[in-house]
Design a protein around this ligand. Structure first.
Ligand code: TYD
Length: 135
């Protein structure tokens, strides 16, 4: 499985923190139509448990530590988002789970389309079928 991560350009101002930035279509391979973020989750929170038929996303964690589990039906992989300058590209047809390693970690997501409930596959067996995987 090819996992694409990005390292965001980061500019540190001595004693004043760091500004990190990425640009749509330049640093991530798509345009961005929607941004959402998950905050206020306790340690151990598990979210996700779905795939998208078409949606492409970039995930990043500006504060805290979140483990991302990816599964394309054939292979599984894990990426730890614990660096505010690290982004993870999650392509379509990818089952994902996100596990909060630290309370109040923030998960930010930028996506290439508006919200569409019909784009979700929320059943793992249905996902395998969609991917043409025999059980
Ligand atoms: P969901 O994508 O299932 O998040 P997670 O996998 O992290 O639990 O979304 C949670 C809820 O929020 C679900 O009821 C759909 C709603 N939602 C929107 O209304 N708009 C959005 O852009 C997103 C991402 C979710």
């Amino acid at each position: 499985m090819i996992i694409q991560t990005i390292h965001m350009k980061s500019v540190t101002a001595e004693g004043q923190g760091t500004l990190s930035v990425f640009e749509a279509s330049r640093d991530v391979p798509f345009d961005i139509k929607r941004i959402y973020y998950i905050h206020g989750a306790p340690q151990g929170t598990q979210r996700g448990g779905h795939a998208h038929k078409a949606l492409r996303q970039v995930l990043w964690c500006p504060y805290g530590s979140i483990l991302i589990r990816l599964d394309d039906g054939h292979e599984k992989s894990e990426v730890l988002l614990n660096d505010p300058a690290k982004g993870l590209i999650v392509e379509h047809n990818m089952w994902r789970e996100m596990i909060w390693q630290q309370e109040n970690s923030v998960l930010c997501v930028a996506a290439d389309s508006y919200y569409e409930a019909e784009d979700y596959i929320r059943d793992y067996d249905e996902f395998l079928k969609h991917m043409g995987v025999e059980k």
